[in-house]
Design a protein around this ligand. Structure first.
Ligand SMILES: [Mg+2]
Ligand SMILES: [Zn+2]
Length: 96
């Protein structure tokens, strides 16, 4: 599944509820799912981990849809290299 397909799928499944909820409350749901991902990382359970990654990605796509962001276009920022140093293999030192 591509990012565009993900956004289209999420749009089809949830768009009417998502638009009614709005961006601020959608962000809170995303934040809750990031918390669940943190717990799954701590628990080190592969099945739970995969499920929580999916939840975070789905809510990220939801938030992108609600705010009108095209994730494929947004990722152009990374297509030619690290946004910090411009290299394909990052040479930035501040995120080691
Ligand atoms: Mg979850
Ligand atoms: Zn870099």
């Amino acid at each position: 599944m591509t990012l565009a397909q993900l956004q289209a799928l999420i749009e089809r499944m949830y768009s009417s509820k998502d638009r009614a909820r709005g961006s601020a409350r959608t962000f809170l749901w995303l934040a809750e799912e990031v918390g669940e991902l943190a717990s799954a990382v701590a628990a080190d359970d592969p099945d739970e981990l995969a499920g929580e990654f999916a939840d975070v990605l789905a809510w990220l796509a939801t938030l992108a849809n609600v705010t009108g962001v095209d994730l494929t276009a947004a990722m152009d920022k990374y297509a030619t290299g690290c946004p910090g140093c411009g290299q394909l293999v990052c040479r930035c030192s501040e995120k080691d």
